[in-house]
Design a binder for this molecule. Sequence first.
Ligand code: HEM
Length: 243
Amino acid sequence: MTPTEMADPNPPSVSRSGSRHLRSAAWGAIWLLVAIAAGEFLSLAYQKYTHLDAGSYGMFWTRREWLWTHIGGGLLTIVLGALQFLPQIRCGYPRLHRWIGRSFLLGMLVACVGAVGLILTSPAPHAIRIAFGATALAWLVTAFMGYTAIRRGQVTLHRRWMIACYLATLAPITFRALIRIPGMMEIAPPMTMIPTLLWLSWAAPLLVYGVGCFMIRTRCAAAMRHERRSDTPTGVTPAPESA
Ligand code: HEM
């Protein structure tokens, strides 16, 4: 044990493992909330659309084929996307991870075909249809970036884009959560709030995630600089990083 560890009642190894446990608990809680919200969203859709009648389908009755295509692909992406976060699959079964990834992309394309059909046949105002179109575009772009990153062997970049893609996948669930916030729908008329919340349902999580990644990267770079400086004996100029 080093003198610093002896003097410190919380040696780095202890506090590091403590913060690791705290992080795992926080992630566990977030995942549980996502799973509950996704489960509720899917079971509501299942209850509504298993009754094959005009009453249950409402405005989707005449375009139910588009809806089925959309929900079928969407269901696949929510379930398969969640599996990709399990380290047991990602690290233990890389081939399975690849096949789940391909099926996720296929599900996403099918859901997008359905979404385009729904948008083109929707009686909703332009602002709402444009907001849905932007969501679909964000979904496709994040998936494309994640896919091309892994084809180039850039694993970290792939992970970041695929997390962003899954956040976009969860947009309908985030939207439902946002409209349920007490007072939210009273801020402005529904025709303003609905498109605004549709945009926010993917843009806000992506922004929070992007800023979070940037902050972590900046902190790591600062910590590495600090470590390198404290490793360098006084009076010795560190060698340049790259020739
Ligand atoms: C992230 C990209 C997505 C886009 C752009 C999108 C787009 C759309 C559109 C345009 C509609 C029709 C809305 C209308 O005509 O008023 C719709 C409805 C629906 N979508 Fe999506 N969607 C997405 C993701 C998903 C996912 C992942 C699921 C999961 C299964 C899903 C499930 C549904 C359901 C169940 C409905 C019927 C709406 C209801 O019952 O309230 N969507 N979506």
